[in-house]
Design a protein around this ligand. Structure first.
Ligand SMILES: C[S@@+](CC[C@H](N)C(=O)[O-])C[C@H]1O[C@@H](n2cnc3c(N)ncnc32)[C@H](O)[C@@H]1O
Length: 199
């Protein structure tokens, strides 16, 4: 599989252009509306969600792609946002103390994190007890026919950018120890989901 950090550095500008027209885009506001308190957005990318945050919230966004962060920084300047800080950081090894955040947000990220369970364990660690993680993620389906279609597309996405369409993200979230996990199917039956997981 291609290294996704290099993949996103290489394709950052193109991703930023097409992101707004991606079908899952319309659900991002719904996910961000659930965020409260001290917020960490992991895999913030080119800053697709920045326009949805209320400006009284305290937000840190991290990503391991410098090029994606540069684009997010430009949006912060253009939108005159003063409540958001960006850091170059790997989700799998975060530089935050345990129990730091009220909310962790992740939109379309766990298709790409190289070791997803390691990243999810880190999210669990940095959340305060009772804090929630909000995931808008696409993943493999329960339906064979959909998975065959995803498998074909996956041959391209893994090679070009390092993104997998066949991750078992909802189960992975449950397995790292979240106490309450609720999930809503949004698109392509059960492929795109909004998942809220409480620590
Ligand atoms: C598909 S983009 C999504 C960006 C943004 N969340 C959005 O909704 O448009 C995935 C992002 O996750 C980042 N990413 C993937 N794995 C990561 C990791 N282990 N640590 C930090 N960032 C990661 C990539 O660099 C990329 O910017």
């Amino acid at each position: 599989m291609k290294d996704p950090k290099k993949g996103y550095d290489r394709w950052a500008k193109l991703y930023n252009k097409i992101e707004e027209n991606m079908p899952m885009g319309k659900f991002k506001k719904e996910a961000i509306d659930l965020a409260e308190g001290k917020i960490l957005e992991v895999g913030i990318g080119s800053g697709a969600n920045l326009k949805y945050y209320k400006n009284n919230l305290d937000i840190i966004g991290i990503d391991f792609s410098k090029e994606m962060l540069n684009l997010a920084n430009k949006k912060i300047t253009d939108l005159h946002l003063t409540n958001i800080k960006l850091k170059e950081m790997n989700i799998e090894e975060m530089n935050f103390l345990d129990n730091t955040f009220d909310t962790v947000v992740s939109t379309c990220v766990f298709c790409t994190v190289p070791n997803p369970k390691k990243g999810l364990k880190e999210i669990f660690r940095v959340l305060k007890p009772g804090g929630k993680a909000i995931f808008l993620e696409h993943m493999k389906s329960r339906y064979l026919i959909i998975n065959i279609f995803l498998w074909i597309l996956n041959q391209i996405t893994t090679r070009v950018i390092g993104t997998s369409l066949l991750r078992d993200t909802e189960n992975n979230i449950k397995e790292v120890g979240f106490s309450k996990v609720t999930s809503k199917n949004l698109m392509m039956k059960d492929v795109l989901k909004l998942i809220v997981a409480e620590k």
